[in-house]
Design a binder for this molecule. Structure first.
Ligand SMILES: NC(=O)C1=CN([C@@H]2O[C@H](COP(=O)(O)OP(=O)(O)OC[C@H]3O[C@@H](n4cnc5c(N)ncnc54)[C@H](OP(=O)(O)O)[C@@H]3O)[C@@H](O)[C@H]2O)C=CC1
Ligand SMILES: CC(C)(CO)C(=O)C(=O)O
Length: 300
């Protein structure tokens, strides 16, 4: 049995905590907004997850595994947790969207800790503090190596509801492929206030493709082995997605919470500026996202 601490028990953190608990590990969730019971709902079945709930870094000690699952912009605010939980033998899994996972925790964890960036494929929604709806998938893709093997062993293989851990030799490409999706779907759903069905309509199709082509060019300039097929695959994926589901940015917008745009669209624009790739469409979208006021503005 390993000790597992999850920082941020929202959509992703709540599911990762539940799946670790299912494997018999000793799980602590480190929360900002307190709640009494972590509840995960999957396929209409609701269950209370047996975890320890910590509300202050003074309550915790170094853990074998530290899973950081806050929004990227909240990483700095989790410094107290990271300092208390990540000792020299810990592995810190940065389970967030975007492309600069490792840099985000630079200086926030013990220099002896191993940092493992993770690309998250898992659809979930925090509908209230401590109450998580797990919609689909449960997969983390991480750089191949000893820590990846450890993470796979931690979560086990197979079984209903198990977390799939995939090891890759090219995390840069994996992260940019994920950003391709997030830099298109997240802003369009958040700005329109609509769920995934908005991505499949003729009115948005050109925008979807043109935004994706820009991200593709920037990702390639940053070393990602993306091809035109990735844009076609993205469009096919949107057409197959459940129309009633949304994105993490839409959920934040609907709840009046700050958005993660600087780490998604902002990362595309900043990388393009650095590598000399023009990003006029992503820059326009970024300007709109920066212009949103939360929580006072309203969407349907
Ligand atoms: N939701 C999804 O389907 C997917 C999300 N992702 C990515 O996963 C990451 C996590 O997203 P998601 O789970 O959706 O986000 P949520 O907003 O649902 O959860 C984040 C949680 O972090 C908590 N938090 C923030 N700051 C702190 C802190 N300093 N200390 C303790 N807890 C803190 C928040 O607390 P509070 O309740 O107070 O706000 C919240 O509960 C993001 O990078 C997202 O882009 C990736 C794939 C899919
Ligand atoms: C589920 C998915 C893939 C939607 O783009 C996501 O990563 C998010 O909501 O942030």
């Amino acid at each position: 049995m390993a000790s597992v601490a999850v920082i941020g028990a929202g959509a992703i953190g709540g599911v990762l905590a539940a799946l670790a608990s299912d494997r018999g590990h000793d799980v602590t969730v480190c929360v900002r907004t307190p709640f009494d019971v972590l509840t995960v709902v999957a396929d209409g079945v609701e269950r209370a997850v047996p975890v320890t709930i910590a509300t202050d870094p003074g309550q915790v000690t170094p853990a074998d595994w530290v899973l950081l699952a806050t929004k990227a912009q909240d990483t700095a605010s989790a410094a107290g947790w990271l300092g208390a939980l990540a000792g020299p033998g810990s592995v810190v899994v940065v389970a967030q969207n975007g492309v600069d996972h490792t840099a985000r925790v630079d200086g926030l964890v013990d220099p002896g800790a191993t940092v493992l960036p993770a690309s998250v494929r898992l659809g979930a929604e925090a509908v209230a503090p401590g109450r998580i709806v797990h919609h689909d998938y449960a997969q983390l893709t991480v750089p191949a190596g000893e820590a990846a093997r450890g993470l796979a062993a931690l979560y086990g293989t197979g079984g209903i509801g198990a977390l799939r851990v995939v090891a890759t030799d090219d995390f840069v490409t994996v992260a940019w492929r994920k950003l391709l999706s997030n830099a298109v779907a997240n802003p369009i759903t958040a700005l329109t206030g609509r769920r995934n069905d908005v991505l499949t309509e003729p009115a948005t199709r050109d925008l979807v493709v043109d935004l994706a082509r820009e991200v593709l060019a920037v990702g390639r300039s940053a070393g990602a082995a993306l091809t035109d097929d990735d844009v076609d695959d993205l469009v096919t994926m949107y057409d197959r997605m459940a129309p009633g589901l949304g994105t993490s940015m839409l959920y934040d917008r609907l709840a009046g919470r700050p958005l993660e745009h600087e780490y998604l669209t902002g990362a595309v624009v900043a990388t393009g500026a650095r590598t000399g790739v023009a990003t006029p469409l992503n820059a326009a979208v970024l300007a709109l996202l920066r212009g949103l006021r939360t929580p006072s503005d309203q969407v349907d």
